[in-house]
Design a protein around this ligand. Structure first.
Ligand code: SAM
Length: 241
């Protein structure tokens, strides 16, 4: 475990949305235990006019409003001065789709500045000028970046040292091995006439492990041909080396 909590700085027009769901359960306990720390900053505090406006009409016309580069840059600069060496991420549907491997990278760092858009999004110039990494949580459009920031934070926080109960939990989960996870069963031994696969109650750990691997492969092949192709590609690369 590091000496300092993993730092999350969220730049948002709705700071009251935080910690929200991150204040309960696993992430909430980790917050209480100082494993991670959160500060949500109101972008409106960086507005310069008496109406505290942060957006303006799009250049070239069209619907909606765009968040101003100068106001967002001022918010970023304050956060970056406090946390100079952490990634700066803008949650946007135009970004690279979030993956578990990127989440693992972020969890290894010291923290992150997360920028939440509203309206039509940010003026492109601030994204370029501040070298912002753009991340999407999926191919759909939310009303704002706050829930997306929470998704990213929750995925990171559960990987921080000391957050999950057992060192093992997490290692076999979906995507960690490049495959989707095998199915789970627990008591009762029979549910509505359906039993638990016999191998799981055999007590033979080797067989259990082989069954789980086979099931993970089967379910990945059926549900996510893209992941399966990548898995096969990695395996044949490994065989060639
Ligand atoms: N005009 C934008 C577009 O078509 O790409 C959508 C803007 S959306 C209404 C407002 C904000 O929600 C975005 O600036 C972004 O911060 C956030 N957002 C929406 N969908 C998202 C997604 N799939 N992943 C991450 N952030 C998202």
């Amino acid at each position: 475990m590091t000496d300092f909590p993993w730092q999350a700085r969220v730049l948002t027009l709705f700071p009251d949305m935080f910690p929200g769901p991150l204040g309960v359960s696993l992430a909430g306990r980790a917050l209480e235990n100082n494993i991670w720390a959160l500060a949500a900053r109101d972008i409106r505090n960086f507005a310069t006019d008496k109406h505290r406006s942060v957006d303006d009409t799009p250049a070239g016309g069209g619907p909606g409003m765009v968040m101003r580069a100068d106001i967002v840059a001022a918010a970023i600069d304050e956060a970056a001065a406090e946390l100079p060496d952490v990634p700066l991420v803008y949650l946007t549907p135009r970004g690279a789709t979030l993956t578990q491997s990127r989440v693992q990278d972020f969890a290894k760092g010291a923290g992150m500045i997360l920028l939440c858009g509203r309206f039509e999004g940010l003026d492109e110039r601030v994204i370029e000028a501040r070298n912002v990494e753009e991340i999407s949580i999926g191919d759909y459009v939310l009303a704002g970046g706050e829930v997306a920031a929470m998704v990213l934070l929750e995925a990171i926080i559960r990987l921080l040292p000391g957050v999950m109960g057992s060192g093992q939990s997490g290692l076999e989960e979906s995507f960690e091995t490049g495959l989707l996870e095998y199915p789970h069963y627990t008591r009762p031994r029979e549910f509505e006439g359906i039993g638990i696969p016999e191998v799981l109650t055999s007590g033979d750990h080797g067989k259990v492990s082989a069954w789980r691997q086979a099931m993970a492969e089967q379910v990945t092949k059926e549900r996510r041909p893209d992941l399966w192709a990548a898995h096969i590609g990695r395996k044949s690369d490994g065989d060639d080396n």
